[in-house]
Design a protein around this ligand. Structure first.
Ligand code: ADP
Length: 281
């Protein structure tokens, strides 16, 4: 369980030299976590010290995307050491769930109780209210020992809820990246997530369009989710469109197997687009 240790300040606050990026989206399923995991790994591959805090408490997916879904953070005294995945120090609420009681093979064998041990955990519903969410975000930023970081990325839940507000209060200097699809109909909610970040004083530094046109074998492009949404949101927020990441089967597979595409298939157009974003940060 996460617990309060001795009182400490928030790491990576406005006085720190660490660049902080919070990745948000208007709604779920647009690839926000996939983009965040790839950016983190691409930055680490450039030799930077990178931390990733998964505060998408209701829909956490970072452990799976980075291939550490069974990792248990190590405890040293009253600090928590985050697992390192592809060079990224990553922490997620998913790493603090109890092992399942399900006795079926490969599931819930009950090993994941001690420090640093691995064990299978089943997806569990997390249904917390605001104060509990705020404490969790706070503890990730106080009790998890990242050491010195060049860059800290936060994977926010979609929308403008309690966690986004907590992050805005605790890390008001964070730069916000908005992920959206090319669908114009999704532009309103995406714009709202950027506007909400501004209300807590954060800077929106750009929009990343994801799930853009799928290249067909005959050379044509299928705009499965329409086109223009990224530019629309960027224009409304008055920030740059940092990339348009195409739909990519290898990108999806990379997420499924826990090896982000920027490592597994760096020549894929989606990987090229994501690597280019990391180079701009
Ligand atoms: P979110 O964090 O916004 O809820 P995820 O990152 O979990 O979204 O992505 C949702 C699903 O879409 C995942 O199965 C992921 O593999 C897939 N996905 C994300 N981006 C792409 C893409 N560019 N091409 C193909 N599949 C993608």
């Amino acid at each position: 369980r996460l617990r309060a240790g001795r009182p400490r300040g928030i790491q990576f606050g406005p006085d720190s030299l660490t660049k902080v990026f919070a990745v948000t989206s208007g709604k779920g399923g647009v690839g926000k976590s996939t983009v965040t995991a790839n950016l983190a790994v691409a930055l680490a591959a450039r030799g930077l010290a990178v931390g990733l805090v998964d505060v998408d408490v209701f829909g956490f997916s970072i452990p799976g995307l980075l291939g550490v879904e069974d990792a248990v953070p190590t405890r040293v005294n009253d600090m928590i050491l985050p697992p390192v995945a592809h060079g990224v120090k990553a922490i997620s609420i998913g790493m603090f769930l109890e092992p399942s009681d399900d006795p079926s093979p490969g599931r819930g064998s009950g090993q994941a109780t001690g420090s640093g041990q691995a064990g299978k955990r089943r997806p569990q519903a997390v249904s917390w209210r605001g104060p509990m969410l705020h404490r969790t975000v706070q503890q990730f930023l106080t009790d998890v020992w990242f050491g010195d970081l060049d860059v800290l990325l936060l994977d926010l839940p979609p929308g403008t809820g309690d966690v986004a507000i907590s992050v805005g209060q605790l890390l008001p200097h964070a730069e916000v990246l908005v992920v959206t699809t090319p669908q114009i109909a999704a532009a309103d909610v995406a714009e709202r997530s950027g506007l909400a970040a501004r209300q807590t004083g954060q800077t929106v530094s750009g929009v990343i369009e994801n799930m853009a046109g799928l290249a067909q074998p005959d050379g044509s492009v299928l705009d499965l989710f329409g086109s223009g949404g990224g530019a629309e949101v960027a224009g409304r927020l008055g920030v740059p469109l940092l990339a348009s990441v195409p739909i990519s089967v290898p990108l999806r597979v990379g997420g499924d197997i826990g090896v982000p595409i920027v490592l597994s298939d760096p020549a894929d157009p989606a990987a090229v687009a994501l690597t280019a974003v990391a180079e701009q940060l």
